[in-house]
Ligand binder design. Sequence first.
Ligand code: F3S
Length: 282
Amino acid sequence: MKVELAEHAGFCFGVDKAVSIVRDEIKKKENKPIYTYGPIIHNEEVVAELAAQGVRAVEDSDIGSIAPGVMILRSHGVSREKEEELTAAGFTIVDATCPFVKRIHKVVEKESEAGHVIIVGDPGHPEVMGIMGWCREKPYVIRDINDADAIPYPADERITIVAQTTYNYKKFQEIVDYIDKKGYYINVVNTICNATEERQEAARKLAESADCMIVIGGANSSNSRKLYEICKERCEQTYFIQTLDDLHLELPKSVRLVGITAGASTPNKIIEEVQKHVRNEF
Ligand code: F3S
């Protein structure tokens, strides 16, 4: 039996950068509390390891009751209003927003001056909420193609369409084509980041030939969930796990290839553990 890791898997550039920024803040030993606005990544192990070094992940409800200190904004980014609010509350902002997300903030800020903005993504995801907060007028959010029938803007007014960075590329294209055919005046900015595309494509390729796929990712990580969907469509025996402890594999002898992939917030250490385990056990 062969075990193969997808060509692109695990930590992406933005997550790697955000975690390094937190580690750098710890090293500074400035004697100020260090907070992250929400967990820095969707990975409980990494968050726990940073917590052991004094980094506290805080929620909105904590803001009024904690001592001011360094507030690290995670790779998802936040709205302009939130950034201003945190600064006004006395926190020193360290921006670990992924540069690809920052680019979307700039695009929607500019484009919403002269037209409407549509964001294709999950309206409940912090990245999308952050992007919404950089638009000068309330944007319309399309979660899936069904929402494209209720666009509240006239067809002859300029509409800029952007996507959540982790959105499925093929689905985004379908939505854009659908809106285009309805005759809207659209300006499309593909803001899906390469890391996502690469991981999705590599997962798709591997799942097509694998008898069993293991997707490693945080339960709240949307890009990991999407990798799971892609793999499951092509490989019936697909498992979603957070750590090695969740893996209870029973593989029949007929299994020839086990594929492994991992979301952008999965550290290498976990990927290696899972690979090693599957190689040794079967
Ligand atoms: Fe950034 Fe893409 Fe990762 S947007 S955080 S590099 S998935």
